[in-house]
Design a protein around this ligand. Structure first.
Ligand SMILES: Cc1ncc(COP(=O)(O)O)c(C=O)c1O
Length: 349
């Protein structure tokens, strides 16, 4: 595989400054109240095997890009789930229900289904995409009187998504104890926006200074960027699924929209092109002295940071420079083992 020099050609597909930006802590915590965040931390930190995930440094990349620090929150070490999702979904399930049915779309890989089944769940695969599976879930739940635990909020369905976001905020609580450097920029991957908004609630509660928030999406599924551009919740058409499967969503969740429309400084999108290379670079210590296991949804945060650094205009807009302390979220490890192996071997070529 090529050296770090090869990243000089990495580009963003789109970038958009949010003209309605106005970060107010009180506004954010109206949607996910501070007490919910406190309770989430109390609960989750009391779980067996709880441990803060490592806050690593991409020291080689930071030197190459000439920024002060690049921190990488390594969620591959989150419990045995190898994903930040353990914080939100599992917490919401604990609070709400003991249900064991999972309804997932036709595009979810067999490896992921296998992993979910390991937890004792019955999995129902629905023909179609993420939205189809949500609709089927609603239908079946109504019919069978099941409780739905899913992270997509609507005007009528708020509590579970709030709990999920409160769970995600723990990443920021941990980071506030792991470094005394002020984070100046956070790159946040988004599907329906739950993780990004959850992190933002954590920022509102736990960080002394508010960093710049940059939302990262696959260019084939840029529903946050489009919503911010049009200043209204926008449903988009996904013509082809991105390899960043978990982020391949066509419409934002309601509460994340309320939060992110005010708190994100900028939205960017990237193609699938450099995912495999980034996965391999993480693993092969090209970006840091540690070898890092980061899956397909961990790569785009790094790719976007590189894309911004290669774009003078957007770099200036978000004031990214040699004093910046950047945070990227390594959302997951090799949660999908088969896909991870494929990406690794492709990225090493
Ligand atoms: C595996 C995975 N699924 C989904 C998402 C998107 O989360 P959300 O739909 O809450 O925005 C991410 C990261 O953004 C991810 O890493």
């Amino acid at each position: 595989m090529k050296s770090l020099k090869s990243i000089k050609n990495w580009t963003l597909t789109k970038s958009l400054k949010n003209n309605n930006f106005s970060f107010k802590r009180n506004y954010v915590l109206r949607f996910v109240p501070s007490l919910l965040l406190t309770n989430a931390f109390k609960s989750i930190s009391s779980w067996k095997n709880y441990k803060a995930t490592p806050l690593l440094k991409l020291d080689k990349l930071q030197k190459h890009l000439k920024v002060n620090n690049i921190f990488y929150k390594d969620e591959s070490k989150r419990f045995h789930l190898k994903s930040f999702k353990a914080l939100g979904g599992a917490y919401a399930v604990e609070k709400i229900s003991k249900g064991k049915k999972n309804i997932i779309s036709q595009y979810v890989s067999d490896t992921r289904v296998k992993e979910i089944k390991k937890f004792g769940a019955e999995v129902i695969r629905v023909k179609g995409d993420y939205e189809n599976s949500l609709n089927e879930c609603k239908k079946l739940s109504k019919k069978n009187n099941w409780k739905i635990v899913q992270d997509v909020s609507t005007k009528e369905y708020k509590l579970v998504p709030q709990l999920t976001m409160a769970g995600y905020s723990i990443m920021i609580k941990e980071i506030s104890k792991q470094t005394n450097q002020y984070i100046t920029h956070i790159f946040l991957q988004a599907g329906v926006g739950g993780m990004a908004a959850g992190v933002v609630t954590g920022v509102a509660k736990y960080f002394k200074r508010i960093p710049k928030i940059i939302i990262v999406e696959p260019d084939r599924a840029d529903c946050v960027l489009q919503s911010i551009k049009h200043n209204k919740l926008k449903k988009i058409k996904i013509k082809k699924e991105s390899i960043m499967g978990g982020m391949s969503c066509n419409e934002m969740s309601y509460i994340p929209w309320q939060i992110l429309k005010k708190t994100s400084n900028c939205c960017v999108s990237v193609s699938d092109r450099n995912i495999a290379k980034t996965v391999a670079m993480l693993k092969d210590k090209k970006l840091s002295k540690n070898s890092i296991i980061g899956g397909e949804c961990s790569a785009p945060g790094i790719m976007s940071l590189v894309g911004v650094c290669n774009n003078t205009k957007i770099k200036k807009i978000i004031e990214l420079n040699e004093n910046s302390n950047v945070l990227v979220i390594g959302c997951e490890g090799n949660a999908d083992v088969k896909l991870y192996k494929q990406l690794l071997s492709k990225g090493r070529k």
